[in-house]
Each structure stands twice: as C-alpha cells, then as structure tokens.
Design a protein around this ligand. Structure first.
Ligand SMILES: Nc1ncnc2c1ncn2[C@@H]1O[C@H](COP(=O)(O)OP(=O)(O)OP(=O)(O)O)[C@@H](O)[C@H]1O
Ligand SMILES: [Mg+2]
Length: 496
C-alpha cells in the first residue's frame, strides 16, 4: 500500500460527446503543495469537482489514504476531509460572513436545540478571521464585500472544516499581491501541519514559489509530472501549451493621437474623489493600486453604474451625460467588469447571447433580430478570442472559467466602442491565451481606440500600458510614463 494521501488512477470523464478527462493518474502526498497547471479548458476544475463529489467519473478509481474513495455528493466529500475552494465564488450573497462559514453546520444553543447560537458562531468566526489577519468582520453581509474579501470568506470556510486535503482552484485570481502573500503564509503553515494541498493557478511565479510538485494537464491528459526542483517556468509552459512562448508582451505600433476621453474631478461621494485624467487615441492607460483603492469605482462611475456622480466626462471634447450603463454603451464606451459572475455573464443563457447582449443594435435590420446572423456573429467574435466551446449555443456555464472570461471579451470587442475599460482582463486566463489578449489590446489601440486597463498584476501593467495611473484611497496619486518608471515607483505611490 502506498502512503499517498490521494491516489487517482485511470480517471475518465466526458460531458456529452466531449471527452474532458482521459486516463488521468495523479498522486498527492501529505505535507506537500501539488500544483496542477494547464490551459483554459484542460480539465483542471473538472478533475477537482470529481474529487469534491460534484459529479462522478465515468471510469477509473480514487483512493483516499489507501481506501477506495467515491463520494456520492459534496457533503460526503467534505466528511471525508476534502475542502474545496471553487474557482467561481459560491457564497450566499444575503447572509453574513459567519452565517456562510457555518452554513450547513450551524451551532445551536445547548438548551434550545432548534435555536441557533448566533453569538457563538459570530465569535468563532471573528477568531478565525483574526487568526489569519484578514480585513473582514464576522457580521458583514457577503453582498457588500469586494471580490477579494468574498474570496477570503471562501478560504476561511474551507479552513474551518477539518480538512485532509485542501483544494484551491485559482484562489488568488481576485487578490492583490499583498493579500496573496498573506494567503501563502497560511498555505505554508498548513503544509507544515501535514495537510495535502492541490493548488491551481495561472500565475507561474506563484507556482514556482509555493509548489513542491507540478503536474500538467493538456487536453484532459496528464502529460507531465515533476518535483519543483526540475521545473522552470519555461518547461511548465512548454508542457502546457505544447510549444515555446516568445515575446510574451507583444510590441505595439499604435500612433498616439488626440485626446479621446477625459474625466475631470470625478467623484462618487463615497469611495472616490477628484479623479481627473485623459486617454488619447491609440493609448493604453493602466490603472494600478491595491485592492480597495477605488479603481473599480472609477470604472463604475464612468459607466453609469454608480449613482450621484459629479464631475465632467467628455468624449472628443463633448460632454457626456451618463445615468446608466445603457447611456454609456450608446456613448460608445465598453466595460469588461472584474466579476464575471455578479455583473458580467448570464451563465444559464447560450454563449452566443452572452456575446451579443449589449450589441443587438448591430444585428438584424429595422430592429428585427436575425437569430441566424446573431449566431454567426458571435461564433466569429468567439473564435477571434479563441473561446473553447462545443457550440456557441451551449449555456455559458458549461465553459471553463478562463473561457467565460474570453466570452466577455468577445462581447466588448463586438460592441464597436471607442473607449474601452478592462477591469482585470486576464483574470483566470492561461499564459498562452493571455498573449492573445495582449495582442487584441494592441489591435484595438492600433485602430485608434482608447483603453483603460485595471490590473493588480504589475508585470501586466508594465507589459501592456503606455502610461500608468496609480490610485490610493480613492484618489489618483501618480501619472507615470511606463518607460520612465519602475514597479517600485508604482508600489510606492499605491501605498504611501
Ligand atoms: N457542465 C459541463 N457541461 C459541458 N461541458 C463542460 C461542463 N463543465 C466543463 N465542461 C467542459 O470541460 C472542459 C474542461 O473544463 P474545466 O473547467 O475543467 O477546465 P479548466 O482546466 O479548469 O480551465 P480554466 O483554466 O479555464 O479554469 C471545457 O472544455 C469545458 O467547456
Ligand atoms: Mg478551472
């Protein structure tokens, strides 16, 4: 008998006619962090969902500490010691942090069996929060939290169960570098305590820092496995993509022209004040800062999402009156939001509808929608960003996480906008596809559009932007030409 914590042998899984996993073998040892890498749609989340009891495999076997393991449902997997943090946040929006953490395992007061002991639950949650130093309170309602904070609640929820195996499917994609660093400290601690951790991420530096072993899935097959000592970022990528990746940040040849878009003294009377900047035609402007600095709020204010905005917004010198996203779309502004589940996709609708949703004016004649044309258009736009789908008519939630992100990109590419705001455009996107997206950003700039790119990844800001604006506590603190500045400079303006 092996002393593996988990041993997966010959696992196979198909959705309809699509074979998603093929003869997958995987071994996980106690006290280690094992990274699983692979392109969008390679099958990483599917493998983890089988482990967590969401659905069964079609073939193959799993052994947990040497014993056959085949969970019938998620509850059974939790009882067996599998703690899973899903890629898509999965919290009850209207409940508090404490209520979410205790969901399904509520404490009752000792004398009154049917009365919930809210005080005890809140207190225990608060202790858990302070143990990890997360910026949260136990009685905050999930709907009021930022994506990063909601992610932290997911982590706490998983840690609150006595887990043998902790699975993290892109836990840091919504976290800033500082918050991610906090998470890594926690992961190290858990590894020392003997937990076995499966870690999925598209951020290669993280994998090099954290993992003890790396396995690579490609098109549903485990194609490579090695101890971290034998890995470099290049070898991992080569096995993921099946080719070398050169010029990761492609060069842009856009001519920077006149001022296209400008805001003056933008203020939402809540999070942001006095924000003024301009974006020229052909220019890619980055917006950096820590999570919570107000970057998304700037985008929300411009796009008519927030109410009670003051200040001036102009396009080509003309004042815009924007009271709703519909006004913004009419003014030829596009906005890719950071939270694809809450404000982006309608996951139950077909992929094609998700692409064409704000673009219906361009399709059909005399306001009569041509469904055939719609399907054709969305197929074309989807292919442009390399969405991997069986058909554009499938529901959006049958796509892998990264491919859902590409769907949103396709939507805004189709919108024929002049000014485009991208909030964390490559979140959850694999390294190969990231490069495709950077190429698209360049194409847009070369076509004379103006771009505002919000990113928490400094290398990305430096790789794609002509200029970087930095925010701190709701205000702009710097306006830097990328070629004359350093990541340290940006961090300094973001924090001091
Ligand atoms: N419920 C489903 N119905 C049909 N197809 C599905 C379903 N869930 C996943 N798939 C398909 O299975 C494949 C693997 O998806 P999976 O989510 O495992 O990818 P992934 O490796 O996690 O990718 P990402 O890095 O984008 O998160 C994809 O082609 C996806 O479209
Ligand atoms: Mg996934």
């Amino acid at each position: 008998m092996s002393n593996d914590r988990l041993d997966i042998q010959g696992l196979g899984k198909a959705f309809g006619t699509v074979q998603v996993l093929r003869d997958v073998n995987f071994r996980l040892r106690a006290g280690t962090v094992h990274a699983i890498c692979g392109e969008n749609g390679a099958g990483k989340s599917t493998l983890m969902k089988i482990l967590a009891g969401n659905f069964p495999a079609d073939s193959g076997q799993m052994f947990l500490e040497g014993r056959p393991y085949a969970p019938a449902n998620p509850a059974e997997a939790i009882r067996a010691g599998i703690a899973m943090i899903y890629q898509e946040l999965d919290l009850a929006e209207h409940l508090t942090v404490a209520e979410n953490i205790f969901l399904g395992q509520e404490r009752t007061a000792s004398r009154w069996k049917f009365r919930l002991d809210n005080n005890a639950m809140t207190q225990e949650t608060q202790e858990l929060i302070s143990r990890f130093g997360f910026p949260l309170t136990a009685d905050a309602v999930i709907g009021d939290l930022s994506v990063a904070q909601a992610q932290m609640v997911e982590i706490l929820k998983a840690l609150h169960q006595n887990a043998k195996i902790l699975v993290m499917d892109e836990p840091t994609s919504a976290l800033s570098q500082t918050e991610a660093a906090q998470l890594f400290t926690i992961i190290h601690r858990f590894r020392e305590e003997g937990l076995a951790i499966i870690y999925i991420s598209h951020r290669m530096e993280e994998i090099m820092d954290l993992a003890d072993e790396v396995s690579v899935l490609r098109d549903g097959e485990m194609v490579w496995h090695a101890p971290i000592g034998d890995c470099t970022v290049e070898t991992i990528i080569r096995h993921m993509v099946g080719r070398e990746l050169v010029d990761f940040y492609p060069k842009r040849n856009a001519k920077i022209g006149d001022v296209l878009f400008a805001v003056e003294n933008l203020c939402d009377h809540e999070k942001i004040a006095d924000v003024s900047f301009q974006v020229r035609r052909g220019e890619v402007v980055g917006l950096g800062g820590l999570v919570g600095a107000g970057r998304t709020e700037v985008a929300n204010a411009i796009f008519g999402v927030s109410k009670h905005i003051s200040g001036r917004i102009t396009m080509q010198g003309k004042d815009l009156k924007i009271h709703s996203p519909a006004d913004a779309i009419r003014a030829r502004i596009a906005y890719l939001t950071e939270d694809r589940k809450r404000t982006g996709l309608c996951t139950a609708l077909p992929c094609s509808w998700n692409i064409t949703l704000p673009n219906l004016d361009h399709i059909g004649m005399a306001r009569i929608l041509s469904l055939k044309k719609e399907l054709e258009q969305s197929r074309k736009e989807g292919e442009r960003v390399h969405v991997r789908w069986a058909s554009p008519e499938d529901a959006a939630d049958t796509l892998s996480g990264g491919n859902q992100q590409k769907l949103l990109l396709a939507r805004w590419l189709m919108a024929e906008s002049d000014f485009l705001i991208f909030d964390e455009p490559t979140r959850g996107i694999d390294v190969g596809a990231k490069k495709d997206i950077y190429l698209l950003l360049n194409e847009l700039a070369e076509a004379g559009k103006g771009l505002l790119v919000i990113s928490s990844e400094l290398p990305e800001l430096f790789g794609v932007c002509d200029r970087i604006l930095v925010m701190r506590e709701g205000r702009l603190t710097a306006n830097l030409q990328t070629k004359d500045t350093t990541p340290e400079d940006v961090m300094r303006h973001a924090t001091i």
